[in-house]
Design a binder for this molecule. Sequence first.
Ligand code: SF4
Length: 326
Amino acid sequence: MSTLLEVTNLKKHFPLKDSKLFSREKPVLKAVDGISFSIQSGETLGLVGESGCGKSTAGRSILKLINPTEGDIYFKGENISHYRGEKLRKLRKDMQLIFQDPYASLNPRKTIAQTITEPMKIFQLSKEEQYKKLGQLLDVVGLRSYHKDRYPHEFSGGQRQRIGIARSLALDPELVICDEPVSALDVSIQAQVINLMEDLQEEFNLTYIFIAHDLSVVHHISDRVAVMYLGEIVEIAEANELYQDPKHPYTQALLSAVPEANPHLEKQRIILKGDLPSPANPPSGCKFHTRCPFAEEICRQEKPELKQVSSNGQMAACHFVREVVS
Ligand code: SF4
């Protein structure tokens, strides 16, 4: 496998209205605050955390739907951070997004055929190619050819997400960023859509970044999982390692809230105190210290680095990682 995407020290800060006109430091909301990771071709990286942790902003920054404030993004070895205009337009072909709300992302006035072929028209595929591709895409996502002349309101939530997936595959992308693709769907439909995404990944050698707040969904589809808190990655590991042996207190708390499949097994829930602090005014040192059950003085003062904590490559950002897991 080769590295498809590498992100180093990616930041996305949004300027806020300045209440003090002459203050030196302009207030900013640090939605993404220096994340680094890489993804191999054909791999799925889960990106999880509470809402407001910056995972969707990270996804949109990587796709360059919004411009990152700082950091580098390498796609197939090329630094695309400063791509603009035609270069960026061409890149869009290789990197696509699947949206959370399939209904909101589909134009109610366009038929399914118009929706799916729209990106093909932009990239000037011939009419024959568009028609052929449309038939193939409807088939691979489990829709019938007669569906092409219908409108989004004529479909169920699961079918609409299949249409969204077909549209995202219209230009044969290599990387697909899936932003909470199943969280608006019923649990029974979620499994079908996840299975479809896995099949498509195998068939088209897709690489996924799978953004979600539901850790059980992420476990099923991901090879590795990165946990985000207030714009930073606090833990990253192979999915099984992370779920069986989480090292960071925040990951432990998130996992303790996932319902246990075996009703005979008791699980101790870790309740985090307080709410997620504002990314406009994050806590000093370890950003998690205001809610962490193990916080000590050093946590308020020094930011822990994301470092390797086991021989299998698991990484966590905590001053006491060895103590808190023992
Ligand atoms: Fe908790 Fe301190 Fe570790 Fe942060 S560094 S997760 S506050 S123990």
